[in-house]
Design a protein around this ligand. Structure first.
Ligand code: HEC
Ligand code: HEC
Ligand code: HEC
Ligand code: HEC
Length: 267
């Protein structure tokens, strides 16, 4: 499968020779055009303009198909559970921006920087270039595979900062040690002693319940009641929650599955 980022007019007259060739040799000529794989502007022989939105060689592996670098990036994306918060390849929670849009909009170097210097609400994975390069390839491969699907799921936008709600259960009972990005309330909690619990009760959180498997509301209840009963060396202490508080908690750690995406303004 070939990628075409540019809108090449089908059946047009013989294409002009790309100005890239003033400075570069031809390669992969039978697999596409320079700008189809690297973006840039093939009409200009001035480097600054020709390199607009350029996808450098190390981030362009995905243009050759499901290559080793893409597979490694996808493995890291699963291991680090990026889809707890982001949609990639059409799958994932929409708590943060969809990664599928980036192929059309962001220079590869900025995608790399977004992982290297994470925004508020995104964990700092402390990755070096040897892992960021495959991740960027996987992000772009996801955008390519999602194709048209990506337009159907705009990001939910919330402004839920009514003062009465700021003492939510998560911030009050878990937030000293944990953080969670949520669909309805944005980022909750500020602790880093425990894992980031974003999307804990969704299919995109790692299946790391003690003994294996996904977290479910029942399993979470058992854990909160007494972590040591499930993991002998757990550092977390039991937390007391009544039924109402527990329901609020499970709703914050889940995702709306089948409701249409919506935009709430409440300020
Ligand atoms: C005026 C000369 C010139 C033109 C025109 C030009 N480039 Fe380059 N390109 C360079 C130079 C010099 C480098 C070496 C790195 C640098 O200085 O940015 C480079 C580097 C690159 C790289 C490698 C970047 C990396 O870090 O892996 C790619 C990919 C690339 N160019 C693609 C293109 C494409 C595609 C076009 C046409 C749309 C193009 N270039 C047009 C001069 C040019
Ligand atoms: C089918 C996709 C594809 C096409 C078409 C393509 N490239 Fe590349 N390019 C890549 C990939 C992938 C790399 C990374 C190194 C590799 O795999 O060879 C790369 C690497 C580069 C580099 C980095 C230097 C190097 O050799 O490692 C430059 C410069 C470059 N391409 C320029 C161009 C120019 C100019 C054109 C058009 C004549 C072009 N590319 C066409 C996929 C493509
Ligand atoms: C706990 C939630 C969370 C996780 C997990 C997470 N991110 Fe993010 N990410 C965010 C937030 C929040 C932003 C800021 C932009 C926004 O609100 O969408 C962001 C931004 C980004 C951006 C910039 C997006 C843009 O539109 O410019 C990229 C790229 C990105 N993340 C990649 C990743 C990758 C790759 C992983 C996995 C290694 C990952 N993220 C894991 C929350 C997360
Ligand atoms: C005083 C700190 C503290 C508080 C408060 C706390 N936790 Fe934890 N939690 C931890 C630590 C530390 C871990 C790491 C595992 C361990 O050693 O216990 C953890 C682990 C977890 C895990 C396992 C996650 C995984 O992927 O393995 C879940 C789920 C969890 N906590 C949920 C909660 C919830 C929900 C609350 C609030 C009701 C809460 N925690 C309150 C410290 C805390």
């Amino acid at each position: 499968m070939l990628l075409c980022l540019c809108a090449a007019p089908a059946g047009a007259a013989a294409k002009p020779r790309p100005a890239c060739l003033a400075c570069h040799a031809l390669h992969y000529a039978d697999q596409g055009s320079c700008t189809g794989c690297h973006r840039g502007n093939a009409a200009s022989a001035r480097k600054n303009i020709a390199h607009q939105l350029l996808i450098a060689g190390r981030y362009a592996g995905f243009t050759l198909g499901n290559t080793a670098v893409v597979k490694e990036g996808e493995r890291l994306m699963e291991q680090l559970a990026c889809r707890r918060c982001h949609v990639s390849g059409g799958r994932g929670n929409s708590f943060a921006a969809s990664l599928d849009a980036l192929l059309a909009t962001k220079p590869a170097a900025e995608v790399a920087d977004a992982v290297k210097f994470p925004a508020q609400g995104m964990p700092d994975f402390r990755l070096d270039e040897t892992r960021i390069t495959p991740l960027v390839n996987a992000v772009f491969a996801g955008g390519r595979n999602a194709g048209e699907k990506r337009r159907e799921r705009p990001l939910t936008v919330h402004f839920l900062s009514s003062p009465g709600q700021s003492r939510d259960v998560f911030s009050g009972k878990c937030g000293a040690c944990h953080r969670a990005l949520t669909e309805r309330q944005g980022l909750l909690g500020g602790g880093e002693i425990g894992p980031n619990l974003s999307g804990l009760l969704t299919e995109f959180y790692p299946a790391d319940f003690p003994g294996g498997g996904r977290w479910t509301p029942e399993r979470l209840r058992n854990w909160i009641d007494n972590p040591r009963r499930l993991a002998a060396h757990a550092l977390m202490q039991p937390v007391r929650l009544d039924d109402r508080e527990f329901r609020e908690l499970t709703s914050a750690l889940g995702a709306r599955q089948d409701r249409p995406r919506q935009v709430d303004f409440q300020r």
